[in-house]
Design a protein around this ligand. Structure first.
Ligand SMILES: Nc1ncnc2c1ncn2[C@@H]1O[C@H](COP(=O)(O)OP(=O)(O)O)[C@@H](O)[C@H]1O
Ligand SMILES: O=P(O)(O)OC[C@H](O)CO
Length: 501
């Protein structure tokens, strides 16, 4: 029996999961770490805590397996994307905290670059936008603000990495400085058409090339875990064989390998990705183009849209309004009324992401009457997750049609909030296509386990992996299309109210 170990370094916790060859979970451990908010709009992690928490969970699952840990054929790494770490090559010490993807401090840098007319070039080469979300301006900020950082970088003394590179460095005892295409694609520095760091973009952002990691396919022999790093049960010479950004890993774990196959992850935010095949396809509808996980040197792309506040709206009901005690309770509260009675909730707490890109928007609850109860607000909150996701899928479908792909036939779902049946049914009703939940919703970790398994010979083909995908439940649309369209029109009206100056 071959096992695969996936390290999933997420925004709020580090997880390690061991899968068997059929994609079943054998052991799992999770640990949270501190979120640091040094100033409004700033979000940081301590890179040492990311590594310590990740290592601790890996050691925990290995200890749980004991002698069976020897059956682990390979290790895969998947991670929160864009988050930026710079460290000293000699000592391995970070020179600044990790600047997290949510951090907005580099908006002035982005605004200056937009004003100088760089956005079309950036979009054409990277598929991204000039937004603080991505690594490039975060790296520039560190080089601009940490004393001597740029000159030290030019002398080759420093290393930059997204979280995958940081973990690879630690796991290999500082021997390997590398990343994969799906992570490099989120930096603003990587030309996703040619799969290489782009000299012109490096010049525009004033980034010395000496900082950059080597870029490999998502299935690749990255190196071996150094002796002792994973404790007494760490298998000797364990190969790091798969690396991918978490959303691309989830697309892979959902077996979306062909154009038109799409998944939506319902976590704190929502991330919808649709595979678009081997051709770079720009979006005309406010989405990003990104590299999908690439198990070989063959190109693979996806369209991506992110909703900033997804399951987080439920956390707000819990912690802000104190309307529920646990996130799961929202389902019964929302189900206690037949509908939201005309209430629309636009949870634009931190602006709106794709396809609206309205950083100044703020939350709005509209359509209140004397009859409105907390149950209606809870229902509208749950529905807002589906409305935002439906707007993404509409944009994606328009792009897919323009690119010659057929319509999206079904939406595969995962993430914590995909457990909410009411939400999933409403999603299917709005979309007019089936919403399909797999048996394993840890698809991020599963995806990178598959990538590592392809490299290490546990799997021989994508078909073999696709055959392992198992449906747990399918939600069929039941609402007449005219009613769904009327609801979407009311949603768009509410969005306009939330974005009005
Ligand atoms: N039954 C539920 N209905 C709606 N939202 C839920 C439910 N259970 C969890 N959530 C939300 O899902 C999110 C957690 O999902 P998870 O996939 O663990 O997120 P992340 O990976 O972003 O930390 C939280 O925002 C939580 O409020
Ligand atoms: O860590 P998650 O699951 O919130 O995902 C974060 C994304 O990768 C950010 O782009």
């Amino acid at each position: 029996m071959s096992y695969l170990l996936a390290l999933d370094q997420g925004t709020s916790s580090s997880r390690s999961i061991v899968f068997d060859r059929d994609g079943h979970i054998v052991a799992m451990a999770q640990r949270e770490f501190r979120q640091l908010y040094p100033q409004p709009g700033w979000v940081e992690h301590d890179p040492r805590e990311l590594w310590d928490s990740q290592r601790a969970t890996a050691q925990q699952v290995l200890a749980r397996l004991g002698a069976e840990a020897r059956a682990i054929a390979a290790l895969g790494i998947t991670n929160q994307r864009e988050t930026t770490v710079v460290w000293e090559r000699a000592s391995g010490a970070p020179i600044y905290n990790a600047i997290v993807w949510q951090d907005r401090r580099t908006e002035p840098i982005c605004a200056a670059l937009r004003a100088a007319g760089w956005e079309p070039l950036v979009q054409d080469k990277t598929g991204l936008r000039l937004d603080p979300y991505f690594s490039g301006t975060k790296l520039k900020w560190i080089l601009d603000h940490v004393p001597h950082a740029r000159s030290r970088a030019q002398r080759g003394e420093l290393a930059f990495g997204t979280v995958d590179s940081w973990l690879i460095w630690q796991l290999t005892g500082g021997r390997v400085h590398a990343t994969d295409v799906s992570n490099a694609a989120r930096t603003l520095l990587f030309n996703v058409r040619d799969n290489r760091w782009d000299e012109e973009l490096l010049r525009v952002l004033d980034i010395p090339a000496e900082l950059l990691p080597a870029v490999y396919p998502s299935s690749h022999p990255y190196g071996e875990v150094a002796a002792g790093v994973l404790g007494e049960y760490g298998p000797r010479g364990l190969p790091i064989a798969g690396v991918a950004g978490d959303q691309q890993a989830a697309l892979f774990g959902q077996a979306c390998f062909r154009p038109g196959l799409a998944k939506n992850t319902y976590g704190t935010g929502c991330f919808m990705l649709m595979h678009t095949g081997a051709r770079f396809q720009p979006s005309d509808n406010g989405l990003l183009t990104t590299s999908a996980a690439q198990p070989s040197t063959e190109r693979a792309y996806a369209l991506e849209g992110s909703v900033f506040v997804g399951g987080a709206v439920v956390q707000w009901l819990r912690d802000g309004l104190r309307a529920i005690a646990t996130s799961a309770e929202v389902e019964s509260l929302a189900a206690s009324v037949p509908d939201a009675a005309g209430v629309m909730f636009v949870p634009a707490f931190t602006g709106l992401g794709a396809p609206y890109w309205q950083p100044q928007a703020r939350g709005a609850i509209v359509g209140l009457t004397r009859g409105t109860t907390v149950a209606h607000i809870a229902r509208a909150a749950v529905e807002s997750i589906a409305f935002q996701s439906a707007a993404l899928l509409q944009a994606m479908s328009r792009d897919a049609e323009a690119g010659g792909a057929g319509p999206v036939a079904e939406l595969r779902v995962d993430g914590g909030a995909s457990a909410n049946n009411l939400l999933m049914q409403f999603q299917a009703d709005l979309l007019g296509i089936p919403v399909v939940r797999p048996q394993v919703i840890e698809t991020t970790a599963l995806g990178v386990a598959y990538l590592a398994g392809l490299q290490s010979g546990v799997y021989r083909s994508l078909d073999e992996i696709a055959a392992l995908w198992r449906q747990e439940r399918r939600f069929w649309p039941t609402l007449p299309r005219s009613q769904a369209e009327a609801l979407m029109a009311r949603w768009e009206h509410a969005v306009r109210q939330a974005t009005a100056p």
